[in-house]
Design a binder for this molecule. Structure first.
Ligand code: C2E
Ligand code: MG
Ligand code: MG
Ligand code: MG
Length: 281
């Protein structure tokens, strides 16, 4: 095909490749200094318990304020961090920041932190977590680690050391983006998850696709039988929330309840009575 199209076409693709690899290189170089320059910060998105209509915790989501590009989404810079190994330093920063922030919140509120696969292959993270919990005087069960099934797919054996040490500490585990990977059920058997987070793609389609509703219902009933929590991700409409309430989903998260907020917005969210008033059945 390249021959037919002539050298010009080949050249075009090469140029595009060069450009994206140059972009990546630049992003890499910038990300290396991002922590030192104070460009990373966390935002927090609440979990709402549908039984009590109260906020039970927040997921910490990483943000990078790049000096010239502005806000770079995690979908762009986390892969770069993973490729370069910077994910270890960044991941440790996220843990310390999340724990320090949690120290100011009420004791019945938890924080959930997302982990990349690579973080399970470096035992140094354990020391960081122990230290961060001690310094912030936080009970370990208030820290939840979110992992995806795809991250456990490869090299489960070496991840198990860190995972088991975390569980021994009393840190809890949530299975993120449930339904998008391949071996969910296997890992539900292998690991004592506290929660299953149903991926937002299922929540988005459940009211328009009966098959999708069937899947969401089944996952919620599976979670109930396993005696673990079910969390619906990406709840955007009141109809979705109402349906999830009907089928006894434990917790919801999404723009309808709140977008992720800065750390100094968390107390205000906790104090608002809005949740009782608007979302009570
Ligand atoms: P995730 O852990 O599944 O996080 C949920 C994502 O959905 C977040 O995107 C959140 O802002 C977004 N979201 C929440 N509610 C809604 C909604 O109602 N509608 C829609 N359309 N989206 C919603 P975000 O913050 O861009 O993060 C994307 C992904 O980046 C996360 O997916 C997580 O996998 C990863 N990530 C974020 N922070 C970290 C981190 O500190 N470490 C690692 N390793 N990964 C992170
Ligand atoms: Mg998550
Ligand atoms: Mg998710
Ligand atoms: Mg996701």
């Amino acid at each position: 095909r390249a021959k037919k199209a002539g050298p010009g076409t080949v050249c075009f693709f090469e140029q595009a490749d060069d450009r994206s690899s140059r972009e990546r290189k630049a992003l890499r170089a910038d990300l290396a200094g991002a922590i030192a320059r104070n460009e990373l910060f966390l935002v927090f998105q609440p979990f709402l318990d549908l039984g009590t209509n109260r906020i039970t915790g927040f997921e910490a989501l990483l943000r990078w304020h790049h000096p010239s590009r502005g806000l770079v989404p995690p979908s762009e810079f986390i892969p770069v961090a993973e490729e370069t190994g910077l994910i270890h330093e960044i991941g440790e920063w996220v843990i310390r920041r999340a724990c320090a922030t949690l120290a100011d919140w009420p004791e019945d509120i938890r924080v959930a932190v997302n982990f990349s696969a690579a973080q399970f292959h470096n035992t140094a993270i354990l020391q960081t977590i122990v230290q961060a919990l001690a310094e912030a005087r936080i009970a370990p069960h208030r820290l939840e680690i979110e992992i995806t099934e795809s991250m456990l797919l490869s090299k489960y054996g070496s991840a198990a050391t860190v995972l088991n040490a975390l569980l021994e500490l009393g840190v809890t585990l949530a299975l993120d983006d449930f339904g998008t990977g391949f071996s969910s059920l296997t890992y539900l058997r292998k690991l004592p998850f506290s929660r299953i987070k149903i991926d937002q793609s299922f929540i988005r389609d459940m009211l328009v696709q009966p098959d999708c509703a069937a899947i969401v219902k089944s996952v919620i009933s599976l979670a109930r039988d396993l005696r673990i929590g079910a969390v619906a991700e990406g709840v955007e409409t009141a109809d979705q929330l109402e349906y999830l309430r009907q089928i006894s989903c434990d917790e919801v998260q999404g723009y309808l309840i709140s977008r992720p907020v800065a750390a100094d917005g968390v107390m205000a969210l906790l104090e608002t009575k809005k949740y009782r008033a608007i979302y009570a059945a």
